[in-house]
Design a protein around this ligand. Structure first.
Ligand code: BGC
Length: 703
């Protein structure tokens, strides 16, 4: 019997004893581990604590939390409040805790859900030992605009890839049981459509049509709900005049009624109070009423619920049952987290050293999150016995923390090996020189055999509230690469960033380009593994890379329009209309050929099989990707949609037969009311290494 079933009677008993104030208190989430309002905890006016001191936790430095300090607070709730209801402790454990993995965009680039699940499992174990029960991940916002800094936190532009990763993260955090020391409650956020912020400007309004909402933005959330995610966070954004925090159609309507999901909905930071700024609420009380009626159970850091829900219920403006139901859900979550069995965390469980197996998991995932974009003359992997000049602003060991990426609250710099040390301890190179300043870099480039320039974005240039108006490298970096490129010494550019960038000048200047979405704790060793050929660059792009900012938004699963290429062309006069790199793209150190595609349709779905041959000289891994197009439908459908993928290892000279299946319902589409349409007709199928290449076949769909 699950803990919340075991405690069902206790929950009802508590509900019958609670005052309206205590009920509203359970729905109140207070920020901070520093200034905790002890008197409010004693009065039962706090239900959960978010262990962060500001609304910009992903960018601001946050105090570490320790089980002993949280236990002390817990004691106040359990021993000094009237009903002794324990507190729930939350924190943003976004892409690892002490063992920081690649940012989620990099995790998506791995196309390796098993590795993503493992990282989440490790994060759960480490964070739980610090006393944290609840994390605010995974972020499932489909993003088509890299100006939006939060693109770093999600799984990119594709609903299928994001759905697979959603399930992997939810399982990783939750599958061992929320009440165990290796489980935590996950939170699918930001529900929904937050990635549509106009101009890529964080918090901006979005425009979403009903069918785009259903087919593009909702699917990853549906996958998380299906995987049993314990909580969902409503987004800051508004579309169609309705801020998500007050949008009952998507919260109570779609999440709860249509999908039958029964978890806890939390607002984003201060978002209930911000309904006043949106201009849909007159004051805080009105905001509280709108949010609770829409289905938001917990008010994060907004102070609206505990201040106003009691009076709203007394005045008959919020039905008592609505309040009770929200409290019941919160108490059930507490029971599920084991808090009614033992509210305290053992104080000797916290990690002292990062265990080797945690590092290995982070390193394997990081290697598979690094994408090889260009490799002229097979410059990479670097030959042994060369003199390497390591240059560029991000090669500086003093800034190694940047490779953690955004939303790293608990990673510690001293746990990281920087690229320079990793390269110097590698037996391959004859010598490794390092230059800090551009002039020194140029001087060294004239003398060494190969230059490795590490450039890109520092960690707080992406993430929350870090939108940009350019997709160029930060100032000075392109010029440095261009200068180095002219010297004649072979040049490798390693670009680390939290978003896709417009890399045209980089590709012109450098012979080889490796792109690493900030890969986390093991960045240095993983980048060196790939540079030296101890590992393949395993990543594939989870977002389309534009040639320039003017092409944005550009994504592979667009519509055909009435004037497609090559007929009339919907195009630009000054640039090609194709992207720099398509979704799913990534080179390898070997060569793969796809052969003998066969597709079969049966009433359960589509079965495809293809032979993948490794025709190069090294063992390698390919990410086999299957795309479909519904050729004719009652509404226009995208030119291509990813429906299945598999990462396969193929030895040099060998081949494997790869089977991929697509369930029947995944070949349909939803209308604006969420009804599934399965329409008979022909479909085109492509199976290949990315969204722009592949073998093609057709089949007739007969649902
Ligand atoms: C962010 C959320 C985050 C929350 C708590 C907000 O500003 O939008 O993603 O989980 O803060 O730190």
């Amino acid at each position: 019997m699950s803990p919340h079933d075991r405690h069902a009677d206790r929950i009802e008993e508590l509900l019958s004893q609670m005052t309206l104030e205590e009920k509203a208190g359970q729905l109140n989430q207070e920020p901070s581990t520093v200034d905790v309002p002890i008197d409010m905890v004693e009065k039962g006016l706090v239900g959960s604590l978010i262990c962060a001191n500001s609304a910009y936790a992903g960018t601001d430095r946050q105090a570490r939390v320790r089980a002993a300090a949280l236990n002390e607070l817990q004691r106040v709730a359990v021993e000094r409040s009237r009903l002794g209801i324990p507190l729930l402790f939350a924190r943003d454990v976004i892409h690892g805790h002490r063992t920081v993995g690649p940012i989620p965009l990099g995790q998506a680039a791995s196309f390796w859900p098993e590795g993503v699940r493992r990282l989440a499992q490790i994060a759960a174990r480490e964070a739980r030992a610090d006393g944290i029960h609840w994390t605010f991940t995974p972020m499932l916002d489909i993003a088509r605009d890299p100006r939006w800094g939060r693109i770093a936190e999600g799984f990119g532009e594709d609903p299928h890839l994001a759905s697979v990763m959603a399930e992997a993260v939810v399982r990783g955090f939750q599958e061992s049981g929320l009440h165990t020391m290796s489980g935590m409650a996950a939170c699918a956020k930001h529900y929904v459509g937050y990635g549509t912020a106009e101009g890529g400007r964080d918090y901006n309004t979005g425009e979403i049509t009903p069918t785009t909402l259903e087919n593009v933005y909702l699917p990853p959330f549906r996958a998380a709900a299906k995987a049993g995610v314990a909580t969902v966070m409503a987004a800051f954004i508004e579309f169609d005049g309705k801020p998500a925090t007050a949008n009952g159609e998507i919260l109570n309507g779609i999440l709860r009624r249509r999908w039958g999901w029964d978890g806890v909905i939390v607002s984003d930071w201060n978002a209930v109070a911000e309904l006043v700024h949106h201009g849909v609420a007159e004051d805080l009380a009105h905001a509280a009423r709108l949010a609770i009626l829409a289905g938001v159970d917990i008010d994060m850091a907004g102070g609206a619920y505990w201040r106003h829900l009691p009076e709203l219920v007394r005045a008959g403006k919020v039905p008592q049952e609505v309040l009770d139901e929200a409290v019941r859900r919160v108490l059930r979550l507490k029971a599920a987290c084991g808090l009614f069995d033992d509210p305290y965390t053992p104080e000797d469980a916290a990690l002292v050293e990062i265990p080797d197996e945690h590092r290995t998991a982070a390193r394997e995932l990081a290697r598979r999150a690094i994408v090889l974009l260009q490799n002229k003359g097979g410059l990479l992997p670097l030959r042994p016995g060369t003199r390497i000049g390591l240059v560029g602003p991000l090669a500086n060991p003093a800034v190694r923390e940047t490779f953690f990426g955004t939303w790293t609250l608990d990673g510690e710099e001293q746990d990281m090996t920087d690229i320079l040390s990793a390269l110097r301890s590698h037996p391959g190179p004859k010598e490794v020189w390092h230059a800090l300043l551009p002039d020194e870099a140029v001087a060294q480039a004239r003398l060494c055999d190969v230059v490795v320039a590490v450039v890109g974005e520092w960690r707080h240039r992406s993430g929350e509230d870090n939108s940009t108006t350019t997709l160029d490298l930060p100032p000075g970096q392109t010029e440095l690469l261009q200068y180095l490129g002219k010297i004649g010494t072979p040049l490798v550019a390693v670009v680390a960033a939290g978003r896709s960038l417009a890399l045209e000048p980089v590709l012109e200047a450098a012979d080889a380009v490796l792109f690493a979405f900030h890969p986390g704790l093991e960045s240095g060793p993983a980048i060196v593994d790939v540079l030296m050929g101890d590992a393949e660059p395993g990543g594939r792009l989870p977002v389309t890379f534009p040639r320039c900012l003017g092409q944005v938004p550009i994504y592979y699963n667009h519509k055909n329009t009435g004037r497609p290429v090559p007929n009339f062309r919907y195009r630009y006069v000054d640039r090609p209309d194709s992207p720099q790199f398509p979704f799913g793209f990534g080179l390898t150190y070997t060569a793969f050929e796809f052969r003998d595609l066969s597709v079969q349709w049966d009433p359960d779905g589509l079965r495809a099989s293809v032979t993948v041959a490794n025709t190069g000289g090294r063992d390698g891994e390919e990410v086999v990707q299957l795309y479909v197009r519904d050729d004719v439908a009652s509404i226009s459908r995208p030119v291509k949609e990813l429906k299945a993928f598999r990462r396969v290892a193929v030895p040099a000279g060998g081949e494997v037969r790869v089977e991929l299946t697509v369930p029947r319902n995944d070949l349909g589409f939803l209308d604006g009311e969420g009804r599934l349409h399965l329409e008979p007709g022909t479909f085109t199928v492509w199976v290949g290494p990315n969204s722009a290449e592949g073998l093609e076949a057709r089949f007739r769909f007969e649902p």
